[in-house]
Design a protein around this ligand. Structure first.
Ligand code: HEC
Length: 191
């Protein structure tokens, strides 16, 4: 009699354990499913595109000028080709990686440019609809004290999907740019 009762109790206990396990398993399943659904929901409701896509340098250009068209533009209107021969032939815009407040506190441009400045000029060649020339001036402390520590380099390409390649640098550039030595070798002033 006693033995029977014991067995029955044991069975009941087993049944409860089984039920409980089944239950938790089911609940777990549900939880997993639910969280999976939630993950899909989140993915679907995320904004499709960030406001500004990450800047990528034009092919063949160094990474530090990626997104230069978002920088401060020195010229107000595009600079047309210079009559009678243009050293950087085309319609040009000039950008710098500084803020207006930094280079023109109180509204008047100050010289020299701070160390680390990068000036980028792009030119669309006459009759073309893509940028065919990129000229860069980089100010690096100590690299060229004779020319206010500017490094000069110029790149060109002849097709909209072509890579830029270096065409000239430094020595070729100094002669002309020395004409505007008093405004730190940069012809284009902030407008
Ligand atoms: C024959 C003269 C001449 C030579 C050589 C020359 N430049 Fe220029 N550069 C100019 C003039 C003028 C401007 C003013 C904007 C314009 O009209 O294109 C200028 C503008 C620039 C600018 C935009 C900032 C500014 O000064 O207005 C950069 C950057 C630049 N040149 C880089 C170079 C590099 C790099 C070289 C050498 C590979 C070079 N330049 C050689 C005359 C010259």
């Amino acid at each position: 009699m006693l033995k029977l009762k014991y067995t029955r109790n044991l069975l009941t206990a087993l049944a409860i354990i089984l039920l409980f396990t089944a239950c938790t398993e089911k609940q777990l399943d549900e939880l997993v499913q639910q969280s999976e659904e939630e993950t899909t929901d989140v993915a679907e409701t995320e904004p499709v595109q960030p406001e500004k896509p990450a800047a990528v340098a034009l092919p063949g250009l160094p990474a530090d000028v990626a997104g230069y068209t978002q920088w401060l533009k020195l010229n107000a209107a595009p600079i047309p080709p210079a009559p009678g021969g243009d050293p950087h032939n085309g319609t040009k815009n000039v950008y710098v990686n500084q803020t207006r407040d930094t280079i023109a506190p109180n509204g008047t441009q100050q010289f020299p440019y701070p160390d680390g400045s990068i000036v980028v000029k792009d030119a669309t060649r006459p009759g073309k609809d893509y940028i065919g020339l990129i000229a860069i001036m980089r100010k690096k402390d100590g690299v060229n004290p004779d020319h206010n520590d500017w490094e000069f380099i110029e790149y060109v390409r002849n097709a909209a999907d072509a890579e830029f390649r270096v065409i000239a640098k430094d020595g070729i550039c100094w002669g002309c740019h020395a004409r505007v030595k008093d405004i730190d070798y940069v012809f284009t002033e902030l407008e």
